[in-house]
Design a protein around this ligand. Structure first.
Ligand SMILES: *[C@@H]1O[C@H](CO)[C@@H](O)[C@H](O)[C@H]1NC(C)=O
Ligand SMILES: *[C@@H]1O[C@H](CO)[C@@H](O)[C@H](O)[C@H]1NC(C)=O
Ligand SMILES: *[C@@H]1O[C@H](CO)[C@@H](O)[C@H](O)[C@H]1NC(C)=O
Ligand SMILES: *[C@@H]1O[C@H](CO)[C@@H](O)[C@H](O)[C@H]1NC(C)=O
Length: 388
């Protein structure tokens, strides 16, 4: 069974946004931090202890989709069960930032102690962690927040998330390094109760095939400048980062996808191990967030190095999703937690702040893991970085 001690997380996450994007015109961007980044506080639901949250702008609020979660009892101590994914809302103020209460940006939402991304019958779904009787686990962990593809006239929002169907040992080793990738559909209804979460259903448990296809969309995603096209990044166990695209209205239709290979687009899905699908420098190798920056008129990735448990943030930019991407540079180091895995799941949150009035700021979060009286606690600091 899964215990508190195994509330651990893989280090290779990613996240997305759905920024409204314009055609890129700027030739080059040199990201330089202006002044000193400000730690604004923590984003937190006080009744939950959890890690690896990413954000999406949905219906005028921010939806945080997170990974392993434990309820926090009245004694302040995390308790079982482990829930493999949960989500929460934050209300936004007039600046497009989460409403502040003291030093906390509150999250709320009714998870009912059930995974936000439902476990399937072959994923040891008799418990909310996906823990199997042989001690292994189906870790159905979102590496990206929902990719918003449509907001209907009545306010209904449709979004999608791809999740690698990771089957891991109790030491976090992948039993199948390149598993199937599942596609989930996330639908928000504006008529739902205020603390209700969007409804999540599975579209296809093996949307991308194990050992054959790149897990497109699981590493990162973005909607294009004109809102027409979803760009989906996938990272195989070899470390290759490959790219696919599909019209936003055809996410569920595999025949509508095109794949970037050898510098051009092809309708034929390349082999997972093809040597000509890597998009060079599209990240620093680890978890992060793709988005479009209106002030820079560039696509941006912000995140962490490949295998890292430090809050060292890197950035790279490109004029188009397929590149060319600049060399990733480190621009900021936040405080590490004092647990063994002190900091991970580094994210940018372009859903926050909104680039209003010519602002050129980005809001960072990461999972900070501290040991307090022998118990591991996870927190999510929110940091404002302004660019020159
Ligand atoms: C890709 O490489 C992995 C690891 O060597 C292997 O398990 C898998 O079968 C290969 N897939 C294809 C389609 O060649
Ligand atoms: C890759 O692209 C180059 C340049 O367009 C072309 O010359 C080459 O034949 C392509 N390779 C394959 C395997 O298609
Ligand atoms: C971009 O990636 C290529 C291939 O991995 C690498 O050789 C090159 O050094 C990178 N470019 C920069 C500017 O870092
Ligand atoms: C780890 O950090 C937490 C939070 O700042 C603190 O309460 C705790 O005392 C620290 N533990 C050690 C061993 O330094």
């Amino acid at each position: 069974m899964i215990s508190s001690a195994t509330l651990l997380t893989a280090l290779f996450l990613s996240a997305t946004s759905t920024a409204t994007v314009l055609p890129p015109r700027v030739a080059a961007v040199n990201p330089v931090v202006s002044g000193t980044p400000q730690v604004l506080g923590v984003v937190s639901d006080p009744t939950l202890d959890r890690d690896s949250c990413g954000s999406s702008l949905i219906g005028g609020r921010v939806l945080w989709a997170c990974r392993d979660t434990e309820p926090v009892g009245s004694d302040g101590i995390p308790t079982l069960p482990v829930i493999s994914s949960t989500a929460s809302w934050s209300d936004l103020d007039s600046s497009g930032l989460p409403v502040l209460d003291g030093s906390t940006y509150p999250m709320y939402g009714n998870n009912n102690e059930e995974p936000f991304y439902p476990l399937q019958a072959d994923e040891c779904d008799d418990n909310s962690a996906g823990g199997c009787s042989d001690g292994t686990r189906y870790a159905i962990w979102p590496d990206t927040p929902p990719l918003v593809t449509n907001t209907a006239a009545d306010g209904t929002v449709t979004a999608y998330t791809w999740i690698r169907k990771a089957h891991i040992t109790d030491s976090l080793t992948d039993l199948a390094p390149d598993p199937d990738t599942s596609l989930y559909k996330v639908v928000y209804s504006p008529s739902a109760a205020h603390d209700a979460l969007p409804a999540v259903t599975i579209v296809d448990e093996a949307f991308w095939a194990a050992d054959e296809q790149v897990p497109y969309g699981a590493y990162g995603s973005i909607v294009s400048a004109d809102g027409s096209t979803a760009y989906l990044y996938g990272k195989g166990s070899s470390g290759t980062i490959a790219l696919a695209k599909v019209p936003v209205g055809s996410i569920e239709d595999k025949t509508q996808y095109q794949f970037y290979e050898n510098g051009s687009w092809t309708p034929t899905p390349p082999s997972l191990n093809a040597s000509d699908i890597n998009v060079p420098n599209a990240s620093a190798g680890g978890q992060g967030t793709y988005f479009f920056s209106p002030p820079w008129e560039r696509y941006v990735w912000i995140g962490q190095a490949g295998i890292s448990v430090s809050a060292d943030f890197f950035v790279t930019t490109a004029p188009a999703p397929e590149g060319p991407w600049a060399a990733p540079v480190q621009f900021y180091s936040a405080e590490n937690g004092n647990a063994t895995l002190g900091a991970y799941s580094l994210q940018a949150n372009p859903a926050l702040g909104g680039f209003e009035d010519g602002a050129n700021d980005v809001y960072l979060t990461y999972t900070k893991n501290d040991v307090i009286n022998g118990v591991g606690f996870y927190s999510t600091p929110l940091i404002k970085v302004s660019w020159e």
